[in-house]
Structures are given as structure tokens and as C-alpha cells.
Design a protein around this ligand. Structure first.
Ligand code: SAH
Length: 241
């Protein structure tokens, strides 16, 4: 069982899919399911499709925001049927699973799945360090939500099995958790607006680009404290002028 990996469904509309996801997870040894604003949950269709994975549904955490669901996670993967403009790096499931397995030795990892109709928004994929796309035929790329979770969960199970012999390295990569990164971005945005560097009327892609930059760099807790300190000093210097 992997307790360091959480599967997050963002606004799933069909309770049957939530059940199918629970079943897919249970077969592959995953147990932490998070639901962000599910349209209908709990629901008899979810239990019916779970087919014995009711324990996963019973333990599922229902959240009112993605921020809440990501609290405590240090690495976030987003799933998408299509690659995007200004995107985060995109991997195939096998490569992604190896990465998730490696990251899970250092902290909790989230794998995000999008809405049945519209997938994940740009703001949501901006929260991710890595995107994963299941290769399909070119003109029919969208899998059912439960099927997409099954493919990823299978690859994660294989990666875990392959990795069991190698003990994790200690003392590396204490990357800051999602909630601290969120507070940092809020602070950074406030200071950039205050400095007239960022025009809230015409923000362009500035914050998205900065998120991408820091997601590549993956600051640890100490580095993030330094960055927050610089922002606070900037605010103070401006107030004293
Ligand atoms: N029209 C939506 C498809 C949503 S399918 C879109 O283009 O994004 C619902 C969810 O299933 C997606 O948000 C994603 O999490 C997952 N999914 C479906 N097909 C996938 C694929 N080929 N690769 C990775 N994830 C996929």
C-alpha cells in the first residue's frame, strides 16, 4: 500500500465514476482519495461501481477547494488528455510513475484528475510540477475518468514494485509544501502589484510564468523563508520611503 500518494478528483460530476476510481485504486494498492466539490457524493451509484472498494469511498476526504486537498503535498502531478500552451513538462505514465515513486520517499504526492467534461483548468495545471498524458490515437484522446485513474494507478503499482529493493536516500529534497507555496505566490503578487511591476488590470501571463519558474526550482523550506524575507524587506523599504 502506498500512503504517500493521494488521488485527487476535481469536481467529478458522475458518482459512478467516483466508484470506478475507488475500485481502480484498491486493485493497485492506493487508498487516499480526495474529492474537490463532487457534484453528488455520497451516492448509491458510487457504491455500486466501487464493487467492494467501499472502504476507499468511506475514507475519501471531501474538500471545498483544491488548496485544501493539496495541503501537505510537496509534489503535484496533473493529468491531461491534451498538451497545452505555456505548459508544465509533460511525461508519459511510465516515466511519471517512476518520478512519483521517487518523490513519495520525501513527502506526500498528489495526482490530480479533472472534470469529465472539461478536464483541469489552466490555474489548476499551474499548480503542478509535472503533467502526464496517456498516449492515445491522435483524434480520440479522452479516456473515461475511472479508466484514466486505472492506467496511472497500474503504472504507479509497477513503479512501486520495481523500487522496493532500493532504499530512499535521506536528507535531500525537503521541498516546501503546497500551502506554503500558495502563501508565497500571494505575497509575491501583492508586492509586485505594490511595486507597479504587475498591473492587475493587465496581468498577462506574469504569475503563471513565475509559478512555472518556481515549480522547476522547487525551493525548500529554508529557501522559501529567504524569499518571503526578501518580500517583507521590500514592503518595509517601500513603507519607509
Ligand atoms: N475534455 C477533457 C477530458 C476530460 S476526461 C480534456 O480535454 O481534458 C476527465 C479526466 O480524465 C481528465 O481531466 C484527466 O484527468 C483524465 N484523462 C482522460 N484522458 C486522459 C489522457 N489521455 N491522459 C491523461 N489523463 C486523461
Amino acid at each position: 500500500m502506498s500512503s504517500a500518494i493521494r488521488i485527487i478528483l476535481v469536481e467529478p460530476s458522475h458518482p459512478g465514476n467516483i466508484g470506478a476510481v475507488a475500485r481502480a485504486m484498491k486493485t493497485m494498492g492506493l487508498s487516499n482519495l480526495y474529492l474537490v466539490n463532487p457534484v453528488l457524493f455520497p451516492h448509491t451509484n458510487a457504491s455500486a461501481r466501487a464493487a467492494g472498494a467501499d472502504d476507499i469511498l468511506a475514507r475519501a476526504q471531501v474538500c471545498t477547494s483544491l488548496d485544501q486537498a493539496l495541503t501537505g503535498c510537496r509534489f503535484t502531478v496533473g493529468t491531461s488528455a491534451r498538451a497545452r500552451r505555456l505548459s508544465v513538462p509533460v511525461a508519459e505514465p511510465r516515466e511519471c510513475a517512476a518520478r512519483v515513486q521517487a518523490e513519495s520517499a520525501y513527502g506526500e504526492v498528489a495526482v490530480l484528475f479533472g472534470r469529465e467534461r472539461s478536464g483541469l483548468t489552466n490555474a489548476e495545471t499551474d499548480r503542478c510540477h509535472l503533467l502526464v498524458s496517456i498516449p492515445t490515437v491522435a483524434d480520440f484522446a479522452s479516456l473515461n475518468l475511472g479508466a484514466a485513474v486505472q492506467v496511472l494507478a497500474y503504472e504507479l503499482a509497477l513503479a512501486r514494485r520495481d523500487d522496493e529493493s532500493t532504499p530512499p536516500q535521506q536528507g535531500v529534497m525537503q521541498t516546501a509544501p503546497a500551502e506554503d507555496m500558495r502563501r508565497f505566490y500571494e505575497h509575491l503578487e501583492r508586492v509586485l502589484v505594490d511595486l507597479d511591476f504587475l498591473d492587475p488590470e493587465r496581468p498577462k501571463q506574469l504569475m503563471r510564468r513565475l509559478r512555472r519558474l518556481f515549480n522547476r526550482a522547487r525551493p525548500d523550506d529554508v529557501e522559501l523563508n529567504i524569499l518571503r524575507g526578501i518580500l517583507t524587506a521590500t514592503e518595509r523599504a517601500r513603507a519607509n520611503r
